[in-house]
Design a protein around this ligand. Sequence first.
Ligand SMILES: Cc1ncc(COP(=O)(O)O)c(C=O)c1O
Length: 493
Amino acid sequence: MTVSYTTNALSGRARCLNPDNINPHVKEAKYAVRGELAVKAEEYRVKLAQGDKSLPFDSVIFANIGNPQQLDQKPITFFRQVLSLLENPALLDNPEVLRTSFGYQQDVVDRAKTLLADVQSVGAYSHSQGAPIIRRSVANFIEQRDGFPANPQDLFLTAGASSGVSNILNVICSSPETGVLVPIPQYPLYTATLALLNARCVPYHLEEDKAWGTDVNAIRASLEKAKAAGTDVRSIVVINPGNPTGASLSPDDIKSVLDLAAEEKLVVMADEVYQTNVFEGEFTSFKKRLRQLQQEQPGKYDNVELVSLHSVSKGMVGECGQRGGYFELVGFDPLVTAQIYKLVSIGLCPPVIGQCLLELMVNPPKAGEPSHELYQKEYNAIRDGLHKRALALYEAFQRMEGVECQKPQGAMYLFPSITLPQKAVDAAAAENRAADEFYCLRLLDATGVCVVPGSGFGQKENTLHFRTTFLAPGTDWVERIVKFHSEFMAKYK
Ligand SMILES: Cc1ncc(COP(=O)(O)O)c(C=O)c1O
């Protein structure tokens, strides 16, 4: 796969850097979500914006990435009202105008003042772990969610979950033999970061025919194989609810992972950024399950090290451009925590406005407060809209020949499998492409809908998939996919 950038090749040694002498691990890292297809989709978008009428579609649908507000999801009013006051505190001098002209409620003003009293200015660096008052709010949120205490000192606020993952993997990966168990299919942040760190990805396959469940026997088999190959396996990543699968782990599945972690001394990285995007069943956090098990069987789970991550990017908040999130450490050696603290402090602090947004996410207006009704209305509308669109897309996939899809369970994606005619597979091979990549490129060229081939997330050998978000409004784009698919299948029959 090649990504085209404007190049200005100079001969000889006019420059210090060339592709052959830069860090090779940067070149090895792959991140399909923003790869060739996304670059091409952007080119199409620009062409359409310039009035080009030669394309067979009139809009580009970025279904390749979970970026809700790019696809017209409106921000929640309470969040943005408070943020506006944080950015421009001078507005607080005109409370009457805020109220009468802009409809700001008193709780908006109060919250902005509380946050400003703590951070002083969103233009100032905060504590490297994040502003204390915000960590206290996050700890309260975790306590209410799980029914177990949380300590603000164990919380690190981040610039989105991605920077948390990067920091933790930087600490875990100490040599080229270090291995991390990663679910396949997975969100490619994990494989990409491991490639950057020159560490080993130890894949374990999720079970597609069991609604993308986690099979601990498959994990054990991968672990043993990796150990036999000299890999020092130190950690297991679990994405719950899953990306790209949407599957949520049951409390029993979580216990199986924690049992394995306890036996094998593995750091559990629980990526829980989709914890509120759950349509089927209920979300159980790894932290809650760990605390329950520690009570039920004292001793056995005492040394389990758990990092759980959350973010403002997903859920009904969808503020991924603001870059806010946190991770919580449980069971870590204090001397390791001190090194993690030093590492994050090298980056000074996470964006303060993102920290404030995180505070609003974990501490939204409560029943009886002036902004509550509107907040709840907006929140529910986003949640119901996502579910409705997920089901509409799922129903469309059921109409498509050779396409099989698990019922939507959560997150923001569907990950159907596709069985393509041999002629299509041959045509892909002739272009030196994986068959799912070929299919997704043709889909983009014909419809303007940008999805990501399954190969970008990993998939079992001899299977093909693609991942699409269900964020885009309307159903026109879904029908574009259905039409394209039947024409594609007819062409390569
Ligand atoms: C499973 C998973 N983890 C982490 C992230 C990154 O989130 P953030 O925007 O908080 O960095 C994503 C983004 O899509 C994701 O799907």
